[in-house]
Each structure stands twice: as structure tokens, then as C-alpha cells.
Design a protein around this ligand. Structure first.
Ligand SMILES: *[C@@H]1O[C@H](CO)[C@@H](O)[C@H](O)[C@H]1NC(C)=O
Ligand SMILES: *[C@@H]1O[C@H](CO)[C@@H](O)[C@H](O)[C@H]1NC(C)=O
Ligand SMILES: *[C@@H]1O[C@H](CO)[C@@H](O)[C@H](O)[C@H]1NC(C)=O
Ligand SMILES: *[C@@H]1O[C@H](CO)[C@@H](O)[C@H](O)[C@H]1NC(C)=O
Ligand SMILES: *[C@@H]1O[C@H](CO)[C@@H](O)[C@H](O)[C@H]1NC(C)=O
Length: 608
């Protein structure tokens, strides 16, 4: 809890910075595909990915006349990070170095191959701007590949140029002049500016002066009726999270759920209260997450031009639930909040209706029960062909991904399995952090066909916990969810979720009871005495336990038994595309980086 509060304070500071656009007074050298403010009035980053050349060009601006640095970290923090460090000398010359951090210590000059190179740079108005590039994968053991999916970026700067009288240049410690961000470099949504939507119709779901409780953590849930003033179907083309500007410091996340088409509410008295107090009333609104925003994500999300979110006409979703998470560790009284979400409607109907598809291990202890003090605990969930056989013959096109776990989650991925063979990642949030929950836009849309199977894995790290983490909605509980945006929208298809079979739990409990008593089960879980051996057996149990797959609409669910998680031929480790002659070196590095990664996870968690 303490760690969580500290983290929320740190992140509240970040939110304030987040919404304000680029602040560098220097124009970038060229136009880029993507840009983001790394730290308000301190650091901005632009970048473009060149698929053909497998190269990425960055431009980093930092408010200093000393050195500036950008790094790719395997799992957050400096250890194992690949760093490009540059400065402008007194003659206006740009210098750039490829460095590598063995430890949380001064990074050494990369003495294998030099892979970061400066293109241009200048120093002006107290800022340093450098344009530089790197291959996505350099095949160098002293670099970190920039993989598809999420990436961990670190940045830092010094107040002086390196002292070049010493070999390689001596850099002074940056102290707190540093930061870290999880950014999907190849899947960044790059939101349009708000002006793009000026003059468009919109609808919004907003609170009105809600008095935020004087409590460190509040989950507020409110059901909203879908707009009824659009007799003809329209398409929302983008949405904008509207965080009340007074409350950037306390709004932690906003999740919007579609309520099941069969959900019935009293329109004059829609549920609107602490989520825990109205759990039963809002059950029909719990299975289909439509959109999410959390600290560190972008306010505006645009949909591709081919698709829009349906509104009005005969669209089946009649109610939505918006869940707000407030974090008020200072217990500030009388904070009033009017945050919410707005949908902009395009003038024309687009070609396809957009849908959301979620792959989850159910947020219940029957699906999620994670031992404490474990470095890496894996929960797999699987969506078999019998479920996806209802996809249209012509397929569906997935264009966005929203991975979601709570605080212990470290990594979330989904692979597409065809004919018992993994063909590619649907999305790989290898670096996941609760506090950077982007709606990722896939670099290339991916088609799924009837019969495709989807293997999803959530990885958790619990060395900071003393108790078991159980599946549930509260922040301290855990979730395993990978939500995707796709078109054309399917009717009555929201996703695919698994639980471990009740028989497998009963066997583990040595229970001879004829029926499964949930309360007895829960009590048993909470009272377990954990040892490293038990945690290991627990992982084994999860790897082999039969699953029940739940799919279909909430009032007519279909259950499918899986006697075990299906085997499939896994993806081959990606070959380094830059140079084939280096594969030997590379395979050594691959195995090394793998063992290191789990170690970094341990380290990183101390900082996050
Ligand atoms: C590179 O530097 C490291 C120390 O930083 C050293 O251990 C290693 O031998 C050097 N490698 C080469 C190829 O010079
Ligand atoms: C904070 O909220 C929790 C859960 O709703 C409640 O049990 C607790 O009493 C609240 N604390 C305060 C100070 O209001
Ligand atoms: C279940 O029974 C086995 C063998 O009889 C024993 O080793 C195990 O500890 C028991 N498990 C529990 C949870 O009681
Ligand atoms: C329930 O789902 C099955 C297929 O999953 C379908 O055949 C049946 O018509 C559905 N029933 C209702 C009432 O929607
Ligand atoms: C699935 O497993 C449950 C429990 O073992 C059993 O009752 C049910 O009949 C099975 N369903 C199918 C379709 O095999």
C-alpha cells in the first residue's frame, strides 16, 4: 500500500505534465511520425520508424546546455540499458556516443559496435536538440533491440558537457535529472490535436461536481444512458478523456464499459455510487471494457479512417458504465470532480462498425490466485477455435490493443495460433506498467479468421507482497486482460475468458465436498502458508490445470472445457535483421538477456 501511494504521488506529478504539449522552444529539424512530451518544460521527443530500413530516427530536446541522453531499457531503470548520449561543444559541434549500463552506475562506452549516430544538433535558448538514429535491432550485445510492442525509454541529462580530457569523456552523475517512460515506439497512437475535431457533434459522459471522498482510494461507478438523440446511426471517430483540470493530481484512471444489450436500468435513477456498494446492480456492465485511460496514457484516441464506434440508430448497446479511480493520499477534502469522456462523431458514416474483444483470465480467485514473494508468476489463458469459429469467413481486422492488469502485472501478450503453431504476436506488452496504460495502435492491422486460436499470457511479480493476490476489481486485486479494437464489429461477441476448472481446485484442496463452496475456497487460499516450494508447485498447477472457457453474451454464455492448455509450436526468437553473420553472438546475447530480464524485473520493481 505504501509503495502504491508513493507511486501515485510520483505519477500524479506526471499527469500534470502529461497533457501539456511539446514545450521545447526549438522547432524540430523535420516532421516526424510521432511526438511526445517526456517531461513538462524539460524534455520532448520526436521519432519516425522506417520499416524498410528497420531504422528509427529520434530527435530529443532537453532544457540544458550539458549532455542529454536517451536509452532503451530491458525492463525499466538503468541496468542493462542501451544509451545514446550527446552534447554540443563550445564550437557548435555535435558529439554522440553509444553507451551501455552494466549497472545502476555510469554507463560505459559501447566498445563492440557503434549503433547510435547523430545526424544534426544545436544548442539554443538554453536547450539542446539532437537528431540521431539507430537500427531497431542492432545485433549488438551492448545494445537493446527496439521490439514491436511496448518499449521502456529512459532519459537523463547533465548540466555540463562531458570532460573530454579523460578517456571516452567523463560524465557527471545526473542525480534526479532523469526519467523513465513506457512508450510503444512502433504502436504509438500519436493523437490528433483537439482542433481536428472542432465543430463536430459529440456526446459525453461526465460527472458533475462529484465530491471526491476524503479517502486515499476511491472507485466511483456511474451508469450512463447511450445518447438517444441520433435516430440514424452515426460513428464516433475519436474520443477524448476529459480530466477536470483541477483534479489532474487525483484522477488515476477512467474505464468505460459497455453494458450488456439486455441490461435494464431505471433511467430516472441510474446507479451512481462507490463501485463496491453497487456491485450487484452493475454486473451486466462488467464484462466488456470499451475504452480506458490511465495515468500516463494519451487523452485523445483516434480510430483509423475505415472504422468508427456506432452511436444511435438501432445500435444494441444502450448503457455504459464509467468507472473513475481517484487517488487522494493527502486526504484532501471537498475536491469536486467533473471528469469524463467525450466522443466526437464524424460527419460521414465510416465503412465498418468498431468492436472490442477482450481475452481474459476472469477477475476472480478461481482464475487468478498469485503467490506472494515470486519474481515471475505466469497466468496463461487460451481462446480455442470453437469460440473463434463464429468470426466472419472474411475475417476481422484488429488495429489496437489495450493490455490491462493491476499493480503486480509486468508483462501481457497475446499470440495468434494457427494449426498448432504460433504465427505472430497480436500484441506484445512485454514491458507493462499499471501507470502507463496506452491504447496502442498496431503498426500494421492484423487479420484474424474463424478457427484462429489466441494464447494470452500475463506475468506477475510479487516480491513486494506478503499475501496472495486474488482476481478481482479492486486495485489491490489482480486482473489479466488483453483488450483489442477491431472491425467489423460482431454481434454478441465480446471475448473469451477462462477460469481454472473447479475440479482442479478441489483436487488441489484435497476436498471431498460434493459441491464447490466459494467461501471455503477463498478462506483456504487466504490462509495458505507460502514457501518457495509451494509457489513452484502453484506455478506447475497453473501450467497444467484444466480450464473452462467462457464466451458469448452474459445472458447466454457458452462453456467449453479444455482438459489442459493446448500445446503449440512457439515463435522462433526473432532473427536479427541487420546482419546474418552475427547470429552466433546474438544467440548468446538472447539467452543472456533472458536471464537478465527476470533479474531486472526484481530491480525495477524497487523503483516503480
Ligand atoms: C569492452 O569493455 C569491457 C569493460 O567495459 C571489457 O570487459 C571488454 O573486454 C571490452 N571489449 C572489447 C572488445 O574491447
Ligand atoms: C475509505 O473507503 C473505504 C472503502 O470504501 C472505507 O471502508 C473507509 O472507511 C473509508 N475511509 C474514510 C476515511 O472515509
Ligand atoms: C493433499 O494430499 C496430499 C497427499 O495426501 C498431501 O501431500 C497434500 O499436502 C494435501 N494438500 C492439502 C492442501 O491438504
Ligand atoms: C444462445 O447461444 C447459442 C449459441 O452459442 C445460440 O444458438 C442460441 O440461439 C442463443 N440463445 C439465445 C436465447 O440467444
Ligand atoms: C465440462 O466439465 C464439467 C465438469 O467436469 C462437466 O460437468 C461438463 O459436462 C463438461 N462439459 C462438456 C461439454 O464436456
Amino acid at each position: 500500500m505504501k509503495i502504491y501511494i508513493v507511486l501515485c504521488i510520483i505519477l500524479s506529478v506526471l499527469i500534470v505534465q502529461k497533457t501539456i504539449a511539446i514545450t521545447s522552444p526549438l522547432p524540430p529539424y523535420t516532421s516526424y511520425q510521432f511526438s511526445i512530451e517526456l517531461e513538462h518544460n524539460i524534455a520532448d521527443l520526436w521519432w519516425t520508424v522506417d520499416e524498410n530500413r528497420q531504422e528509427i530516427t529520434f530527435e530529443l530536446h532537453i532544457k540544458t546546455t550539458g549532455w542529454i541522453a536517451l536509452g532503451i531499457s530491458p525492463a525499466g531503470g538503468m541496468k542493462g540499458a542501451d544509451i545514446g548520449l550527446g552534447w554540443i561543444d563550445s564550437t557548435g559541434q555535435v558529439h554522440f556516443q553509444d553507451r551501455y549500463a552494466y549497472e545502476f552506475a555510469r554507463p560505459v562506452i559501447d566498445n563492440t559496435t557503434t549503433d547510435w549516430s547523430a545526424i544534426k544538433g544545436r544548442e539554443q535558448n538554453g536547450w539542446t536538440a539532437i537528431q540521431f538514429k539507430r537500427f531497431l535491432d542492432t545485433c549488438d550485445s551492448m545494445d537493446v533491440p527496439i521490439k514491436s510492442g511496448t518499449n521502456v525509454l529512459i532519459y537523463a541529462y547533465g548540466l555540463e558537457d562531458p570532460d573530454m580530457s579523460q578517456t571516452g569523456g567523463m560524465i557527471k552523475y545526473h542525480e534526479n535529472r532523469r526519467g523513465s517512460r513506457i512508450i510503444p515506439l512502433q504502436s504509438y497512437g500519436n493523437p490528433s490535436p483537439e482542433e481536428t475535431f472542432a465543430g463536430l457533434d459529440y456526446f459525453e459522459f461526465k460527472l458533475q461536481n462529484y465530491v471526491v471522498p476524503t479517502n486515499d482510494t476511491t472507485y466511483h461507478c456511474k451508469v450512463y444512458k447511450a445518447p438517444t438523440n441520433f435516430p440514424q446511426r452515426r460513428h464516433a471517430i475519436a474520443h477524448r478523456t476529459m480530466i477536470d483540470s483541477n483534479n489532474r493530481d487525483i484522477v488515476h484512471h477512467l474505464l468505460m464499459y459497455e453494458c450488456d444489450p439486455t441490461a435494464v436500468f431505471d433511467d430516472t435513477n441510474l446507479p451512481n455510487d462507490l463501485c463496491d456498494d453497487i456491485n450487484e446492480q452493475i454486473r451486466a456492465c462488467s464484462s466488456s471494457i470499451a475504452t480506458g485511460w490511465a495515468v500516463g496514457g494519451d487523452d485523445i484516441v483516434d480510430f483509423p479512417e475505415i472504422t468508427g464506434y456506432p452511436v444511435g440508430g438501432d445500435f444494441e448497446i444502450k448503457y455504459y458504465l464509467v468507472q473513475m479511480h481517484y487517488d487522494n493520499p493527502k486526504l484532501m477534502p471537498n475536491r469536486r470532480d467533473s471528469s469524463g469522456i467525450r466522443f466526437y462523431l464524424g460527419k460521414e458514416l465510416r465503412q465498418y462498425d468498431l468492436g472490442y474483444l477482450s481475452l481474459t483470465a476472469f477477475a476472480t480467485p478461481i482464475a487468478i490466485a498469485i503467490p506472494p514473494k515470486v519474481d515471475r508468476f505466469i497466468i496463461d489463458t487460451y481462446c480455442p477455435a470453437v469460440v473463434t469459429k463464429s468470426f466472419p469467413q472474411s475475417g476481422i481486422t484488429v488495429f489496437g490493443a489495450f493490455p490491462h492488469t493491476h499493480l503486480q502485472g509486468q508483462s501481457v501478450w497475446t499470440k495468434i495460433i494457427r494449426n498448432k503453431k504460433a504465427v505472430e504476436y497480436l500484441f506484445n506488452a512485454e514491458a507493462y506498467n499499471f501507470n502507463y496504460q496506452f491504447e496502442n495502435i498496431l503498426p500494421k492491422p492484423i487479420k484474424l479468421y474463424p478457427g484462429d486460436e489466441l494464447a494470452t499470457r500475463c506475468v506477475y511479480h510479487t516480491t513486494n507482497k506478503n499475501e496472495i493476490s486474488l482476481g478481482g476489481e479492486k486495485t489491490k486485486d489482480e486482473m489479466c486482460m488483453h483488450m483489442f479494437m477491431y472491425y467489423p464489429r460482431m454481434k454478441n461477441f465480446y471475448g473469451c475468458s477462462t477460469i481454472n476448472s473447479l475440479e482442479s481446485w478441489s483436487r488441489l484442496m484435497n476436498s471431498s465436498a460434493s459441491s464447490f463452496d466459494f467461501e471455503v475456497f477463498r478462506k483456504w487460499l487466504i490462509e495458505l502458508k507460502w514457501t518457495p516450494e509451494l509457489s513452484e508447485q502453484w506455478q506447475n498447477f497453473y501450467n497444467n490445470a484444466p480450464r473452462v472457457v467462457v464466451s458469448g453474451p452474459i445472458n447466454n454464455i457458452t462453456l467449453t472445457n479444455l482438459t489442459r492448455l493446448p500445446d503449440y509450436e512457439d515463435l522462433k526468437p526473432a532473427e536479427c535483421k541487420r546482419s546474418i553473420t552475427n547470429t552466433a553472438i546474438r544467440s548468446v546475447f538472447l539467452s543472456m538477456s533472458f536471464t537478465l530480464t527476470s533479474f531486472f524485473v526484481t530491480i525495477a520493481s524497487r523503483f516503480f
